[in-house]
Each structure stands twice: as C-alpha cells, then as structure tokens.
Design a protein around this ligand. Sequence first.
Ligand code: C2O
Ligand code: CU
Ligand code: CU
Length: 546
Amino acid sequence: MSEFNQSRRRFLTQSGVGLVTLTTLPRLADAMESMRMGGGMGMGMHSGSGEIAYPKITPNKANPAFHPDVELDLVCKPTEIPILKGAPTRVLRYQATLIKGPAGTVVDIPHSYLGSIIRLQKGQKVRVNFHNGLSQASVVHWHGLHVPQMMDGHPQYAIDSGETWVYEFEVINRANMNIYHPHPHGATAKQVYLGLAGALIVNDEEEAALELPSGEYEIPFVIQDKQFDSENQLTYAPSMHQRMAGMTGEKILVNGQANFHLDVASRAYRLRVMNGSTSRIYKLAWDDGMPMTVIGVDGGLLEQPETRPYVMLAPGERLDVWADFSGRNEGTQLALKSLAFSGVLPKMGMNHGGLAVGSEYPICTIKVTRKVSDSHKLPTHLSKMPRYRIDETANPNNPLPIGISESPMSMLLNGRAYEFNNPLPTERVKKGSVQLLEIFHAHGEMNQRGGGMGAMGGMSMSMAHPIHLHGQQFEIMSRSISGDTSDYDTVSDGFIDSGLKDTVLVMPMERVKIIKPFHDFKGLFLYHCHNLEHEDMGMMREFSVE
Ligand code: C2O
Ligand code: CU
Ligand code: CU
C-alpha cells in the first residue's frame, strides 16, 4: 500500500504524461480484453503471438525395438472432485495406470485432482501411452527431465481429442523431482489451472545410499492457488490485467486440498515441495522460527544442506525440504507460511486486495501428534554435483542472451514473441557444447524501476519472471542487481543457487548468469517464462540444438 503511494507520488512529481498512462492503461486493456473474449470462454485463445502454424503430425507409435522396463497408460480427462464444502469441482485430471514395472511406480494422491505420482529409477527405459481425453489438443511435457525432443512435449506434437501419443525415453537424470504438465501453445496455463499437473520423482543409487526419510516420512507437497466461484467451480478467463501480472487465486491448495493440515511424529520428514501455481511466487518459512533446511532443488540433491530464514519458490521450481520436528512435544502446532515481500509485480497498482502476491498468509498447518525418540539425522554431505567452470564453456566472454521485455500487450524474449523453428543466431547451439547464458531485462531506462533519473522514474512495468529452460539442468553462476535494492532485499536471502536448476526467478533489474550443457539430443528445445500467463502470451522461444 505505502509502496504504491510512494511510487505514485514520485511519479506525479516527475511526469505529467504518466498519470494518464497509469489510470487509463489497465482499463483500456480490460476493454480490449472483453472485446476479444466476445463473451466466450476464451478457450485456447492467446494474445501476443498469433496462431502458430505447426506442420501436420502423425502421433508417435510404440517402437517395437524399444524394450521398456516401465510402461504406463496416462489419460487426461475431465472429472469431478470435492475440494471445498458443498458441490464438487469440475477439474481436468491425469490418471496413470501401471502396465509393466515395479510396484510403487504409480501412486495416486487420495482425493486430489493432481496427477498420479510417477516414481522412476535412473536408467529405466520408460514407455508412456498418453491418451488425450480432453475436448481440445494437448501434449505432455516432463518438466525437468532430459529427454529427446520428440519426447519433450513440444507444442508441435500436441495431439487432438481422442488421439494417443507414445512417449519412449530412458531416465538419464540424477535423482530429482519433476513436473509433468500440458504444453499446448496458448492453452498451457488454462489446462494446468484446471488441474493438469503431476509429480514425477526420479530415484538413484547416490540418493538411496543416504537413507533419507521415506515412505510416510517423505511427503509430496504441491502448492497451487485457485479461484472458486460461488458454485465451487474454477474458471480460467484472465483479464489482460491478469495476463500481465499473472492469474492468482484466493485459495491456497496443497496437493489439491484446501486448508491442508499434516499430523506428524516428532521426527525428521522430507517434504518434496513444488510450486504448481500458474504465476504466484511464495516466500516459504516456518512460523515458529525454525529455519528452512533445504537438501535439494529442481535438479536434485545439493552437495550439502543449506539453512535459510526463508526460501523463495517461483512457478515451476522445486525444493527438497528437511523438516525436523524432533524434540517437540505432542500437541505442538506450527505452520508453513508465505511471508511478506515486495518488488515482483509491476508498480502500477496491479496488486488489488485479497490474497495479494507478497502478502503474508499460511500455506499449511502442522501438529505433532506422536512423540517418538528415533529420527533420521541430517547428512552433512548429500551428493556430488556435476559442475562446469566458466572457462570450460564455449563462450566465456560472450554469453548467449535471454533478454526479457515487458509491455502491456506483449511479453517478449530477445525482442521476439514465440515463433516455431525460427531461431535467432544466438538461439542456435552445437550439440555437445556447454554454454554460458545471461538472463537480463532488455527494456530501456524509461521502463526501469527506482532510478528516479528519467522522466518516467518511479513508474515501472518491470516484474519478476521465473525463466525455465527445457533439456539439461543448469548451474547459476552469478546474480547482479543494479539500482535501488530495497525490494530485492526482501527476497534475496531465499534463493538457493547452489544446486542444479531448470527454472530461475529473475527479479526486476537483475542479471543472472548460468551455465547450461546441451548434450545428447538435437532438436528444438523451448525456453520460456514459467509464469504460465506470460508463456501463453508468447514469452517463449526455442534453442535449436544442431
Ligand atoms: Cu514446465 Cu516448458 O515447462
Ligand atoms: Cu520444462
Ligand atoms: Cu514472465
């Protein structure tokens, strides 16, 4: 609130034109939006990038020469599930059925719209018969898995209603948690929002040797926010406003459940946390002063645990959290909260009321209901991580750019909206190479935050973007921030940059350098903002690995 007033005051003293923009722009955008929507549901509609013409495909069939260790059927279809008191909610859901493979490969989360949990071993050959039971096109992306481009869920391979696509790949990832979710261009956010997402966990021997908490002591923890209408239904029809800032809901769900509560024993647990929201960013902390202990991120276990007062979690990111309740008495209660922070949304008064992004609210409550004397001990060393030095990259002095630009009507990367198979020179990389990349905000002074020097100082469209790259996991080498850091200081202790990542939250005014290997597979691999509203607006590009 005060932040808004402040930036508005600065704005008024420094610019006369700006006032017009500030007050009329969002209304103009909403007006345009209602024209476009034409009263319909906006199914599959997207702005910014236009229609993409993909070549006609024939759905991939099983390869008789591929001998799977694990085979499953995966269906996505509409169903109904009780979430709130009263009427059940219509959702879309992934349902997996194990055809071949070890028991425990497919586990359903009871009473949840979330997809079955798929648990794989490194080295397994996997076949997934994906059947599209929706009334619109879809495709499955295994976010975090390094697989051939035909198996990666590129939107060019979206299949129509009633069709089946057979995925076949070998699990070459180290142990980590991944997300499977739809990726049809222009409709990803909607399909995810209506329920399509699931966890895919990879295990390996390095992880097994640690004997981390498992079974009932290893808990999947998928955080999402949704907006229910008075009939308990979800509607996905974001205004232009909500496309820019991201669609958010007033209800926080964990594993598909509202008011999530855990009864625990007084011992250590492993929480496999994932942000499955379309755009909401969380600042996770325990409310009783216990620090957050993190043992892994997107790409698996860290080398050693990290302890922080709070941890940031942007859409698409995962955290492996060591939650140790030992020593607590029976009846002890605590909560996992999202704490207050600022600076991730445009400073244009976009953050109206309710459960605002950056306000403080609970995520789940926990009660110790069982006192036990034994517990797992936190290992001091967790894993050996494959690492590269900058001088081992193909381009140590010449990072490949990922330039972010934002405007009310278009969210771009490297100055371009999404195009199919039309890479810029800097989007073509040699297979087998290791590249240095730099993610930064590409817009000019006018659009920058906090400087106060330009005529438009104080007004800013600049916001945080969780940038995700398909394919192999990357390392975060450095972050640098210019200008006023007062907003940045509310989040910066919560970045876990020591592990392998596939998604990184880039704050306004921030530059992030990463090293990413492009090994094993040729083809088109997407990179995009994992604010799914932005992705659908065209804030997505491709690397052509050649
Ligand atoms: Cu989780 Cu290309 O996305
Ligand atoms: Cu991905
Ligand atoms: Cu974005």
